[in-house]
Design a protein around this ligand. Sequence first.
Ligand SMILES: Cc1cc2nc3c(=O)[nH]c(=O)nc-3n(C[C@H](O)[C@H](O)[C@H](O)COP(=O)(O)OP(=O)(O)OC[C@H]3O[C@@H](n4cnc5c(N)ncnc54)[C@H](O)[C@@H]3O)c2cc1C
Length: 555
Amino acid sequence: MGHLKRIHDVLIVGAGLAGMRAAVAVAPGLDVAIVSKVHPVRSHSVAAQGGINAALGENDSWEKHASDTTKGGLWLGDQDAIEAMCREAPDDIHALERMGVIFSRDEQGRIAQRPFGGAGFPRTCYAADRTGHALLHAMYEQLLKRQVYVYEEWYVTSLLVEDGGCRGVIAWDLLKGGLHAIKAKAVILATGGCSRIYLTSTNAVINTGDGMSMAYRAGAPLMDMEFIQFHPTTLKDTGILITEGARGEGGYLLNTLGERFMKKYAPEQMELATRSTVSLAIGTEIAEGRGVDGCVLLDLRHLGRARILERLPQIRQLALDFAGVDPIESPIPVQPGAHYVMGGIKTNTWGETALAGLYAAGECACVSIHGANRLGGNSLLETIVFGRRAGLRASQYVATASPPLGDAGALQREEARIARLLKNEGRERAWQVREELGKALALHLGLARTKDRMTGALAAVRALKARAARVRLDDRGQVFNTDLITALELGSLVELAETVVAGALAREESRGAHYRADFPKRDDANWLKHTLCYYTASGPRLAYTPVTITRFPPA
Ligand SMILES: Cc1cc2nc3c(=O)[nH]c(=O)nc-3n(C[C@H](O)[C@H](O)[C@H](O)COP(=O)(O)OP(=O)(O)OC[C@H]3O[C@@H](n4cnc5c(N)ncnc54)[C@H](O)[C@@H]3O)c2cc1C
């Protein structure tokens, strides 16, 4: 009955793959609960298309996987974390299979694997082009089986911190209204990414980085926030993802001259070079006038009808529904779009953050696996490996942790904050500030960054942050007040946008997703280090920390 008393051993914020995997890993006998602002299976993990990596092949090895991941991330990933992930991946994939995930098969009946960008081997396991759907639903069944209590449609506004440790959260009950303290001996944040700081993005509208923002405000540093991945192929105008699996299956990229232009940029890897390379190549083609209506073309026609229908059914449907194009007959217009944040809450390889009792896993965390550029298929893997690890470590921690006490006045402070927000007068509307923020970042913090543009971005973000504090709500009620949630989410977005721009302005080199037109070279002598970002009332304070290098020296 822990949920009625709102007190648990382990409380997990977020019911995507990382959160649910963590819940399933918590030791039997402990009281574990999950809070999620949407129904669990509506978490963004459900939208993952292409697949999840693991070195299962006879001629593949976890060392090769680790080497590709390190190289793909331009040596900014911590190699102890990369090793742990790649070594444990095969067992985790088999565990997922036993939990009921239906992976696509090869002719011999083994789990099929497709080639993905930056990988020297076909090691991406998949369920057609709906891998996230298959994984998330299987994980939800496990949650039901274990009778994990879910606070469904509760929005966490902040962390409860007592005696220097995290002892629960403050959350708003969306259905009924009202703020409550939910106490716990340990909290795991699994709140996903924040690519919605950009106006068009492949991400769900709920991906506003709330967990990163609340950890940051509570004193845990964020790491490497300047590294935002642009996916090379999103559908014209909408930003809907067209999986890398489409190129993995053999799709070509063409410019207006009908050239496979990747031969100029990456003659060996061609369309399967890393995402930052392909995105920059597409950006250059478009900027130099060889685009097609602001896009380039992704041609799948030569794969043939049968293969498209078997391997890429969702991609075909998305292209039909949202661009009016049937990939069996015509190429798909695509352009790069904001997709993934490599940065996040700094953790060690067990999900521990700087705050005792606070853990983080999945896209909201920065372990760091992806370094300056994430390889496709490694993020789903990260949610599974490090979700499990965080669940295990939190279980050990609560065995000796003392029970949470009061709420140290935090509930009253948050109540006062929400009450002020509900009463605010003024002209600003949350959706409008959010739209302007998304446009400002798209304009000033796109594929190619410069000092001038980013200085402009910082000024814009600071002005928008001030406006965000003055928004007026049209709905001032208690029941299902989505207007209130939009305003709270906007608070996360402006806070995080500021950390992204601050980190990017300071980093005077180009590495992976962070391409500076004014500093086009990688500079290991000065910049082979992680950016740390600490909250202060006047804005982010930056510091730096070394990268962990074990077996792969930078080349
Ligand atoms: C379209 C798309 C396709 C992708 N395809 C692939 C792929 O093929 N392979 C791959 O490796 N990666 C892929 N990725 C990336 C990968 O899917 C994500 O990084 C990963 O699924 C994130 O999982 P998560 O568990 O960390 O977070 P999410 O699945 O985003 O879940 C976040 C959870 O946190 C909850 N939450 C957030 N804020 C609050 C709050 N304030 N209060 C309460 N609850 C909150 C949400 O309700 C949700 O349950 C893709 C991403 C996108 C957008």
